[in-house]
Design a protein around this ligand. Structure first.
Ligand SMILES: [Zn+2]
Length: 381
């Protein structure tokens, strides 16, 4: 489905949050003057009973010894949440400073926030079974809160973003596992090396829609699910080819169009690929095939679109509906070569059955990756 303007694709924000697991440890007798709180969030092991059972285990039982009784209420760490930018946001009650570091051996990003307390009402994010985050731990050490975020293999947090003075956003990035040890470990690394880490070009992949915005739908099948599955395949294949990859979303979350563009701009991507599924009304169910879009007048975008479109036709045998130009928000507002691929019509019964098929999704992803690779090899900045 096509989105011409950011406002047309806004949905309601999904705000429900439950905690999965918490462990409280009172180390007050252990050492000196620092009482330590220890909170842990773990991914569920494909066990929803576990999830809901743990969710009832409220955090209200924090030891009262850990509540600061100062007259001026301290700055508190109030919550962690995914913001729809593919970022995990740490939210405080007022302005905070911090320092951060990445431990490569443990794949853990650590943020130390001085002069803060963990709120007794801490809001915690849902970590889905497919979440790139394995574990989040909060420790109260003296008057500082230390947040440790451990990612699964193939994913890292490589930079932080200040959205406002009381928030720190952590950008999750998909990385090639083989070269994980060669990534910068300090956030002092200049950002302009980001798009070309160790000579590897960066591709931003944008799975269309998400959350309450399901995109095109037919017979209970949602565009948002097909685009996410294809995009993850595409990212995996591009990484195998040696590219760095950032996704605009990796979960089923609501995400406006502007932040999708911003992620690509901030990352200084070499190419931007938005993945969509098309639809028409019931009396046009015979229409099927692939359309690949670039922004009007974008010659590099057009070239990228042609490489990708040719590969899709060759790799999938899909009906050729042409390389086209259109003023879609995400390809019009990105400064790098950008395309939007309509990978097929969910309203055509035969094509719909292919679009939900994992093997076909992989063939589509492979074809898009080949086209991107050909384009980037033919064009070096
Ligand atoms: Zn769409």
């Amino acid at each position: 489905m096509l989105c011409l303007f950011a406002s047309t694709c806004l949905g309601n924000e999904a705000t429900a949050q439950i905690g999965l697991e918490q462990t409280l440890k009172d180390n007050s007798q252990a050492q000196i003057a620092s009482s330590e709180q220890y909170l842990q969030l773990l991914k569920p092991q494909n066990n929803t009973e576990f999830l809901s059972e743990r969710a009832t285990n409220s955090i209200a039982g924090l030891p009262s010894a850990n509540n600061v009784t100062s007259i001026n209420s301290p700055t508190t760490i109030d919550g962690l949440a995914f913001n729809g930018y593919g970022q995990l946001v740490i939210q405080a009650s007022r302005a905070i400073s911090y320092r951060s570091s990445l431990s490569l051996p443990t794949n853990t990003y650590s943020i130390t926030i001085p002069a803060t307390r963990i709120s007794s009402q801490l809001r915690r994010p849902i970590l889905g079974a497919n979440s790139p985050i394995e574990q989040i731990r909060l420790n109260q050490v003296g008057d500082a809160v230390i947040v440790n975020v451990k990612t699964i293999a193939g994913w890292q947090i490589r930079e932080t973003v200040r959205t406002n003075a009381s928030e720190i956003a952590l950008q999750l990035t998909s990385v090639a596992q083989t070269s994980a040890s060669s990534f910068p470990t300090s956030r002092s690394k200049p950002q302009n090396t980001y798009s070309n880490v160790n000579g590897r070009q960066l591709v931003v992949i944008d799975p269309g829609h998400g959350g309450p915005d399901v995109g095109a739908t037919r017979n209970g099948v949602y565009e948002k699910d097909i685009t996410l599955a294809m995009s993850k395949q595409l990212g995996r294949i591009l990484q195998q080819m040696g590219y760095a990859v950032i996704y605009t979303r990796t979960e089923d979350i609501d995400l406006d169009l502007e932040p999708r563009v911003q992620i690509a701009e901030n990352a200084r991507a070499s190419a931007f690929v938005s993945v969509h599924v098309n639809s028409l009304d019931a009396n046009a169910s015979q229409v099927s095939g692939v359309e690949t879009y670039h922004a009007p007048g974008a010659s590099l975008g057009k070239s990228l679109a042609e490489f990708v479109h040719d590969q899709i036709l060759a790799g999938t045998g899909a009906n050729d509906r042409g390389v086209r130009s259109a003023r879609f928000y995400v390809i019009r507002n990105t400064s790098m070569p950008a395309i939007l691929v309509e990978t097929g019509y969910i309203t055509n019964p035969s094509e719909a059955s292919k679009l939900v098929n994992g093997a076909y999704q992989e063939r589509m992803a492979e074809a898009i990756a080949k086209g991107v690779d050909q384009f980037l090899k033919s064009y070096r900045r």
